[in-house]
Design a protein around this ligand. Structure first.
Ligand SMILES: Nc1ncnc2c1ncn2[C@@H]1O[C@H](COP(=O)(O)OP(=O)(O)OP(=O)(O)O)[C@@H](O)[C@H]1O
Length: 298
């Protein structure tokens, strides 16, 4: 649970270059992330969308923020400390407080083990329970919090669950850990529309009930429109436009944002999806008082 203080991730002038023969046409290197600066805070908690087409650098940036890939230059700090130079103790705190959700968590599940293992691991690693029965109680509570019935999940192997159930198990894990930040990289792109909405509602719930801030990475503008909040548009490694979702999507300023919007397929005439999107944005306007991102002009 939150300790009442503000937690902050600062991404400052982060650049990631990749070098290799594959990039011969661009001088032997590719700048996947180009001088990106912004801050995430859990005060107030919110969902910040990071959108851009395939190859724009979103996943690379996510990996850098998660501490999985040290950038070529620039820094990422968590509560003021460089995440690539943390002490053992601070790193343990960072690993608990900043949790990933990936496109398909299948890679995180070992196909030879029951899914229970993914839920027991954080309990052991972070000492979340004093006894087996307390651990089981925590697991069951977290599964129910993400609308999964423990009896439908526990004791099963990953392939025996649907993609939506596997993603919810990852959210149950997050519910147990109560991190301050979720870095969600295309978490719903493999889910069908109904399951997708349910997953997005849980992220919104996590923000409202537990004060978690999510960096929500997607190439799909309609999901950004649904979750609302803030949005950053990424193009060729740079953040080219940012602001509130409704402002940016309804009144795009940057030509790339306009192109992205123009490439959105005509929406499915599913009136419920549309209605919910509008309601979500109206609610956002009440909940979020001020933007908490600082993004430089391109
Ligand atoms: N390890 C790597 N080595 C070389 N090039 C890489 C590496 N990782 C990513 N890239 C390149 O960096 C660019 C940005 O990739 P990245 O995966 O961050 O984009 P993305 O916006 O997340 O795209 P997608 O939505 O398709 O995942 C791409 O051109 C990609 O090919």
């Amino acid at each position: 649970m939150t300790d009442g203080r503000e937690h902050r991730i600062e991404v400052q002038h982060v650049t990631q270059e990749f070098r290799g023969a594959a990039f011969r046409s661009t001088g032997g290197k590719l700048i996947a992330v180009n001088d990106v600066t912004f801050a995430l805070t859990d005060n107030p908690p919110q969902i910040i969308n990071l959108v851009g087409q395939s190859g724009s650098g979103k996943s690379t940036l996510a990996r850098i923020i998660l501490g999985l890939q040290k950038p070529t230059s620039g820094t990422v700090t968590f509560n003021g400390k460089d995440i690539y130079r943390l002490s053992r103790r601070d790193r343990a705190e960072f690993l608990r407080m900043v949790q990933p959700v990936f496109q398909d968590p299948y890679g995180i599940f070992n196909p030879f083990y029951r899914v229970d293992r993914v839920l027991w691991k954080p309990i052991k690693k972070f000492g979340l329970a004093k006894s087996r029965s307390q651990g089981l109680e925590l697991i069951e509570r977290s599964l129910r919090a993400v609308d999964l019935r423990p009896e439908d999940v526990l004791g099963r192997y990953p392939h025996q669950l649907s993609g939506g159930q596997r993603q919810r198990v990852m959210l149950a894990r997050i519910h147990m850990l109560q991190p301050r930040f979720i870095i969600a990289d295309e978490p719903v792109s493999m889910l069908d529309a109904a399951v997708r909405v349910a997953f997005l509602n849980l992220l919104i719930d996590f923000r409202d009930k537990y004060g978690m801030t999510t960096l929500f990475i997607t190439h799909d503008l309609s999901t950004s429109y649904y979750v609302g909040g803030e949005i950053m548009v990424m193009h060729k490694g740079r953040i080219v436009e940012s602001g509130r979702v409704d402002d940016v999507l309804l009144h795009p300023q940057h030509p790339y944002t306009r192109t992205l919007l123009a490439s959105v397929p005509v929406p499915d005439p599913d009136a419920r999806w549309r209605d919910k999107a509008e309601v979500a944005i109206e609610e956002e306007e009440v909940v979020v008082e001020s933007p908490n991102m600082e993004v430089p002009n391109p």
